[in-house]
Design a protein around this ligand. Structure first.
Ligand code: RB5
Length: 148
């Protein structure tokens, strides 16, 4: 799979760990930055990854900031994006099965390297179950349309 990954200055090291893990798993990783530990604004990188995913350039996206909050807020402003913030594997798996999440976010100040890898693996290993879950996603998508 083609996976776009982006982060702010708090997550440069964890982004490298996750990128290597993804590459080892046979995925193509699109690094959208930042690779600098100088303080920066997470919306820049959240938007880049969200646009890669919404345009179909990437199949899925991963976003990391200090808590995962700001960067996931940002991604969810882009039409068609369903970004989830997960700090453990169970919700990561369910977010794919029930909510068809297309961006996974987590916090570099919250999860360690090994837990982050487990979250990513649980997320990538699950797939959307459709059915009643699709009906619910359709209701959300309707809210994105002009005039609701
Ligand atoms: C940066 O200090 C921090 O605010 C940012 O990484 C993130 O946690 C925001 O949600």
């Amino acid at each position: 799979m083609k996976i776009a990954i982006g982060n702010d200055h708090t997550a440069v090291s964890l982004k490298k760990v996750i990128s290597e893990h993804l590459a080892q798993g046979g995925h193509e990783v699109l690094n959208m930055g930042t690779d600098s530990t100088e303080s920066c604004d997470y919306p820049i990188y959240g938007e880049k990854v969200a646009l890669e995913v919404s345009s179909g350039q990437a199949d899925l996206g991963i976003l990391i900031c200090g808590t995962g909050f700001g960067i996931s807020y940002t991604a969810n402003k882009v039409k068609g994006i369903r970004a989830v913030l997960c700090s453990e594997p169970y919700t990561a798996k369910l977010s794919r099965e029930h909510n068809d999440s297309n961006i996974l976010a987590f916090g570099a100040r919250v999860v360690g390297d090994e837990l982050a890898k487990m979250i990513v693996d649980a997320w990538l290993g699950a797939s959307f179950q459709g059915g009643r879950h699709q009906r619910r996603l359709d209701l959300i998508e309707k809210m994105e349309a002009p005039n609701g």
